[in-house]
Ligand binder design. Structure first.
Ligand code: NZQ
Ligand code: ZN
Length: 392
């Protein structure tokens, strides 16, 4: 078992009406001039933005707003946010929305606190040395960005989607009110549940060692998300199911389910980021579309983990060879995604990818990971292309 660190500094405020505490929390963390960052309008329609601005106004905290963060958030808006923050003297960021808004806010935070082009941090040319403090009011359980060290941004030129990971951007506080997720379309709820599962699965499928406690936590998290995702498919206003999924989303990407391992595989995410960059699909759906092809390509090189996954997460009977059991687990996982109306290949995702699209994605993916990556199986460009081809 490798040595490890565990750092999750984000203060979580969980439950109904917890957004009422926004002003008090911002004050506690020293925020005087706030940028409220949001997305394409769901928080306007739900009344959440108005509620939050009223709370800040009543507390005498001044703010500016910047909406427009889109799924697969764009670098152009990040630059706009950096300029706005500098002009207005913003010293605290409040992201009101999902992973895209939070990631965009993190990028703005890097851009304000460091000299030079913020894209350098996403392009792996430099490391950031600071970030503006950030608070989050989460409206979709999915990415875990509210507790993660990660921010993923798409550069319009060349449609390059890249992540920057650093503890500097971790949110000071995350307000998690499951009720705020009740306005989500069913498709987004399902995408979110898929992404949550995948953050744990990326850590689970590794040859780099794990701990029993971590494996047990991971499997329980996966079973809990699956159970509650199905409840929400029938009953989207079910508070308890929303709460289970929301907390699972944070735990799935704050390091807990990778404790004591080498960090995990992460190639499903890397492969998806190219799909999202090129075709602008919802992240969770992109993951579901590529996972099965990835899993079939790598499972023999990580057989014990795939076998365990099949038995402990999907209840596959322990009859037959290890390979047969592992394959049944992959099939069961794909069947689960389909039960949530998630795609299990690119066509179901609505993408008609040409050979040259697949080659472009494989080339960009390999470049983005410095040539190769993967802890279940180490993949290079030729492997990535095979997986994209199998997913068509
Ligand atoms: O933009 P608005 O109008 O708010 O609508 C959003 C968006 O269309 C909508 N939505 C969110 N909350 C809602 C709502 N609609 C109704 N009611 C609500 N309560 O849902 C849509 C998706 O929102 P988005 O923020 O894009 O979703 P998600 O949280 O899945 O974020 C996806 C982005 O995060 C990145 C993904 O790659 C993608 O770019 N990721 C970030 C990670 C991180 N920072 O740790 C890790 C992930 O693996 C992921 O890569
Ligand atoms: Zn993800």
């Amino acid at each position: 078992m490798p040595d490890f660190k565990y750092y999750t500094p984000t203060r979580v405020i969980f439950g109904k009406n917890t957004e009422d505490r926004t002003a008090e929390l911002i004050r506690e963390y020293g925020g005087k001039k706030i940028l409220i960052h949001y997305g394409g309008g769901s928080v306007v329609r739900s009344g959440l933005l108005e509620k939050v601005t009223n709370i800040l106004s009543e507390a005498g905290i001044s703010y500016v707003t910047l909406g427009g963060a889109v799924p697969n958030p764009r670098l152009g808006l990040v630059y706009e946010g950096i300029d706005l923050c500098k002009k207005e003297g913003v010293d605290f960021l409040l992201a009101v929305g999902g992973g895209s808004v939070i990631d965009s806010a993190k990028a703005i935070g890097y851009g304000v606190a460091n000299e030079g082009d913020v894209w350098d941090f996403y392009d792996n040319k430099r490391r950031p040395s600071a970030c503006l403090p950030l608070g989050v009011i989460l409206t979709i359980a999915a990415t875990g960005s509210e507790m993660s060290d990660s921010s993923v941004i798409t550069k319009e030129e060349g449609l390059v989607k890249r992540g920057c990971n650093s503890d500097l951007c971790r949110a000071k506080f995350a307000i998690l009110n499951p009720e705020l997720t009740m306005t989500l379309p069913d498709y987004q709820t399902a995408c979110g549940c898929t992404d949550i599962m995948m953050h744990t699965m990326e850590r689970y499928f590794t040859n780099g060692g794990t701990m029993e406690i971590t494996d047990n936590l991971a499997e329980a998290l996966l079973r809990t998300v699956m159970k509650n995702a199905l409840i929400l498919a029938d009953d989207p206003k079910n508070y308890d199911a929303r709460a289970e999924v929301m907390w699972a989303g944070s735990l799935s990407h704050n390091g807990l389910t990778g404790f004591g391992s080498d960090g995990g595989d992460w190639m499903t995410h890397k492969l998806e980021h190219e799909i999202g960059g090129l075709f602008d699909v919802a992240h969770g759906a992109g993951l579901a579309a590529i996972w099965g092809s990835w899993a079939r390509y790598v499972y023999k090189d990580c057989l014990a983990r795939f076998r365990r996954f099949a038995v402990n997460v999907f209840g596959v009977e322990e009859t037959g060879t290890d390979e047969e059991i592992a394959l049944k687990g992959i099939e069961a996982c794909e069947a689960f995604f389909r039960s949530l109306h998630m795609p299990t290949n690119l066509r179901e995702l609505g993408i008609d990818a040409s050979d040259s699209d697949l080659e472009t994605m494989a080339r960009k993916c390999a470049a983005g990971v410095g040539g190769g990556k993967g802890a279940a199986k180490f993949l290079r460009e030729a492997d990535m292309l095979e997986i994209y081809r199998a997913s068509r």
